[in-house]
Design a protein around this ligand. Sequence first.
Ligand SMILES: NC(=O)c1ccc[n+]([C@@H]2O[C@H](COP(=O)([O-])OP(=O)(O)OC[C@H]3O[C@@H](n4cnc5c(N)ncnc54)[C@H](OP(=O)(O)O)[C@@H]3O)[C@@H](O)[C@H]2O)c1
Length: 227
Amino acid sequence: MPSVLITGANRGIGLEFAKQYSAAGWQVIAASRTPLAAKDFALLGYDVTEMRYDAMDDKSAAALANRLKGRPLDVVILNAGIGSGPELAPEAITPEHWEPIMLTNTFAPLHLAALLEPNLKLGERKVLATVSSLAASMSQYKVPGQFAYRASKAALNQMWRSLSVDWKDWGCICLPLRPGKVSTRMTNFDGDLTPEESVRGMRSVIDSATPEMSGLHWGYDGKVVPW
Ligand SMILES: NC(=O)c1ccc[n+]([C@@H]2O[C@H](COP(=O)([O-])OP(=O)(O)OC[C@H]3O[C@@H](n4cnc5c(N)ncnc54)[C@H](OP(=O)(O)O)[C@@H]3O)[C@@H](O)[C@H]2O)c1
């Protein structure tokens, strides 16, 4: 069966990816900082392996890659992320506010993608997805503030664009995905979409991914998000 690794798989969008792939019979590696709740683990199919992963800890990324050495991965979904927290005026933003957001949302996905490159090369589908956001779009996002968050996701998109060029020769399909506004803890459960609806859409983009789609920002609705 095909295999997928998902980060931040213990709740929200990541948990829903784990549920849907597991129900579809995939081998699922649920990589999270917080263990899956027993009730959620029971809902998943049998072929789910939990592994520890903390995006703020280089050593945990290296340990995860080490455990997976030699194992093919068809799809990798780097989903773990954090918001900006309470809105801050530009003059109130400090390095202490900025750093964890950029580390978690921007540096960590690139770092883990690099560590898992050998696994993706061994996989058949070679899809490297990450959960980005409309907040990354220069032309489409009109909401004020959220400085660190939108910078982190815009940089994430730019890195996936770079990877789509750098890793084109071995067939890697790099997909930054826009989930829509989803009812999860990040949005205080006040979204336009349920995790089930959003993930169903993003899975359909991943399932139909072709090399021509690599390096573009794809919405859960199957449409390209303008930069
Ligand atoms: N919800 C939306 O409307 C929306 C819109 C656009 C983009 N997104 C993106 O979608 C992704 C998932 O968000 P969500 O809506 O599902 O929010 P969520 O329910 O708050 O889930 C966030 C996930 O990221 C994990 N995470 C945070 N920091 C981590 C770290 N240092 N190491 C490992 N895991 C970490 C959390 O794990 P813990 O439980 O251990 O904290 C949790 O599993 C994020 O990248 C977010 O930016 C969401």
